[in-house]
Design a protein around this ligand. Sequence first.
Ligand SMILES: *Cc1c(COP(=O)(O)O)cnc(C)c1O
Length: 378
Amino acid sequence: MKIGTKIIHNGHGIDPYTKGLSIPIYQVSTFAQESVDHFGKWDYARSGNPTREALEETIAILENGTHGFAFASGMAAISSALLLFSPGDHLVVCEDVYGGAFRVLTTLFKRLGIETTFVDATDPANIAAAILPATKGIYLETPSNPLLKVTDMAAAVALAKSRGLLTLVDNTFMTPYLQRPLELGCDIVLHSGTKFLNGHSDVICGFAVVRDEALAKRIGFVQNAFGAVLGPQDSWLVLRGLKTLRVRLEESQKSARAVAEWLSEQKRVTEVFYPGLPSHPGYAVHNSQAAGPGAVLSFKLETVELTRRVLETVELAAFAVSLGGVESIISYPAKMSHAAMPPEERAARGVTDNLVRLSVGLEECEDLIADLDRVING
Ligand SMILES: *Cc1c(COP(=O)(O)O)cnc(C)c1O
């Protein structure tokens, strides 16, 4: 079965009790037990809730994993996965990682004795060079945020496997519809489900997905012990949003391609970052590991003044944090997703003050381009 069909037919489209074409919201925290000696499948909803379980099994099926875990946010999923590591452990992380992941690694996990080296992961040799005797994991985002840099996952996995390291991949920008890192040998897939998976800018949630049974037990332990779980109402909303993942992403991707091509032809746009453009340095690698370039792109403008005008006066893209909604969202990495990063770190990564990130939504593409044209060339 193709992934687009699996999104609809994955065993969680029908309520097993009533045959309703939607899994009910089990708005419940605890479950009555019949015997002192044998507790039922459900006991307390931090450990498990039927609505959350339907969502967790769905994301596991879509990522071609065996176990999915739903968390209260993408950061809760990332932090819970990082709790697999111990004081003295070292991680190699791609340098333009999501700002919140950078923050949690360089503050809370650093304080807990987990050290991180950030590298330009577009060249696997840089990953190899950063591996120390204490290294326990490689953490990647591909394409990365906000510069859409591409990492060769198979090359990273080969390095990780030869040294017994875990490979973690934040797959938020691609979703399993376009890219499935577990199939390439990665160990843990992470998501901000807040973005394309839910897709409607109305839920904060996150996921971790694995294939390995022992790893699943360890993450399941953290999920229950640390307790940053997704509630049943939000689980249901994500189940609903997921049903249209394929059509949303296909349509947004088609427009993103057209917008990226149009932007590349504009004199006042100095650089466009989109893995769907043949000029993108990661184009070939990306095409070898993903089914499409996705719907997020970024670009640099001639001046900071023009950058501000674009952000504040474009009408068909909300000037906001986040991405992956039905509405286009335009954001300013320097002051939004990467505000948590010190200015010198930002500059070193190319997250400059004239950089804009655009998540293309479901508006008609001609209208989006006309709107951008009005502000950029007006
Ligand atoms: C938004 C985002 C996160 C964090 O997710 P939240 O749901 O906001 O906690 C992590 N990684 C990427 C790539 C993101 O875009």
